[in-house]
Design a protein around this ligand. Sequence first.
Ligand code: ZN
Length: 82
Amino acid sequence: MPDNWCVKRLRPALGQTRFLIQAPDVPDRNQVEVSVTTNGEQRTVSFVILGPEEAKGYPAGVNVPTCAKCHARVEACICPQG
Ligand SMILES: [Zn+2]
């Protein structure tokens, strides 16, 4: 990871560990590798993150589940459940 990138751990939500990556400048193509150890087993996955120039033309957020009623992200929905 570049020295000027910053990783912050966020509060867990819906049983998921969350983190935030911030970078002052983002190259066109970036590969982020995340390793976790759970129950003594380490797993590593890689993600490709496109910079603003490379991501032009790609719709943002189309794969993010949203509430059908309020259209908020599922984890941010405040609709009464039931
Ligand atoms: Zn909702």
